[in-house]
Design a protein around this ligand. Structure first.
Ligand SMILES: Nc1ncnc2c1ncn2[C@@H]1O[C@H](COP(=O)(O)OP(=O)(O)O)[C@@H](O)[C@H]1O
Ligand SMILES: [Mg+2]
Length: 308
């Protein structure tokens, strides 16, 4: 292991405040339903993954921007609570921290509206000072040009690049090639995978994406579990049957746990099993960070649950 790399995961962007509401059923258009406020909770995909990874024992720093509003302070305080390094964060003057509205029905499934309130500057010169100390750059490549610049910088400095591919990345069958050429580990959820392949998750469709450059392609499929492929290996893992309270942050916890296994040199199937177990624990808690497991908790879960 490279001893100079003291940051296991540099989590780029993906911070927001989630206004979380529960209701008996999600409203359809032109309809009113009664809801209950769970809270205004710190969330965001890369930020949730950062907290999950830190909880598992990785050294994590957030490379993100918030507004100089109370929401921004909540984001920073929660990172500190989870032991995520906030020294690289930027607080932007006169800016409102990005927020989302998350609606949760009694099955624990979610509907999310993201409200991006400002666009932060890329800060490539700051990134260049920290990437030589970083093992994995982690981000959702929503801004394709920003991602390309950061990912190429990461590779110049010997860091790897892992991406979270959801539908909001707005990648299609053409642009995915340009994203994956700068990627080492690509993790898709079902909708993100469908957007770029036009297919449901399968080993064969995932293997096709390896040709664009990543050494590992992962596809998660909610409660059904996940699959992962490399040039030499294939792994599939069914989801665990758990009492789902809130599936927000499932994929983020999954990715953090997959990264945890990767940095520890675990086999593909071990990484997949560990990640599925960690994410299954996460969905049993309310809120995006309501039940982020430790390594011991994941190992205990694996020892008592069969994956069928
Ligand atoms: N209801 C659930 N029960 C058990 N595990 C789940 C559930 N939902 C998600 N997971 C776990 O979390 C992983 C990621 O969930 P998924 O819904 O695919 O991603 P995202 O949260 O990004 O949409 C799944 O592969 C699975 O391991
Ligand atoms: Mg996700």
């Amino acid at each position: 292991m490279d001893q100079h790399r003291t940051i296991d995961m540099l989590a780029v962007g993906g911070v927001d405040i989630d206004l979380v509401l529960t209701m008996d059923r999600l409203p359809s258009f032109d309809e009113k339903v009664m809801g209950t406020l769970v809270g205004r909770l710190p969330g965001g995909p890369a930020a949730n993954a950062a907290c999950a990874a830190s909880r598992l024992g990785l050294q994590v720093a957030s490379f993100s921007s918030v507004g100089d509003d109370p929401a921004g302070q909540i984001v920073i305080e929660d990172f500190k609570r989870f032991g995520v390094d906030t020294s690289l964060m930027e607080v932007c003057a006169n800016a409102e921290t990005t927020f989302t509205v998350i609606l949760i029905d009694p099955t624990g499934e979610k509907a999310i509206v993201v409200v991006p309130t400002f666009t932060a500057e890329p800060r490539l010169e700051v990134a260049a000072t920290v990437l030589p100390k970083t093992r994995m750059l982690y981000m959702m490549p929503q801004d394709h040009a920003h991602f390309k610049a950061l990912a190429q910088l990461a590779h110049q400095h010997g860091a790897e690049v892992m991406i979270d591919m959801e539908r909001t990345v707005e990648a299609d069958s053409t642009s995915v090639e340009r994203i994956l050429v700068n990627t080492d580990i690509a993790s898709f959820n079902r909708d993100g995978f469908y957007a770029v392949t036009g297919e449901e998750p399968s080993v064969v469709a995932a293997q096709r994406l390896l040709a664009y450059g990543p050494h590992t392609v992962v596809v998660t499929h909610g409660a059904r579990g996940s699959l992962a492929v490399t040039a030499h290996d294939i792994a599939e893992w069914p989801g665990y049957h758990v009492q789902t309270v809130d599936s927000t942050g499932a994929g983020d916890t999954f990715n953090a746990a997959f990264l945890w296994g990767t940095l520890r040199g675990a086999s593909l199937v071990e990484r997949l099993g560990f990640a599925n177990a960690a994410a299954a624990i996460a969905v049993t808690g309310m809120g995006p960070r309501g039940m982020l497991p430790t390594e011991v908790e994941v190992r205990n879960f694996l020892s008592i649950h069969t994956n069928s």
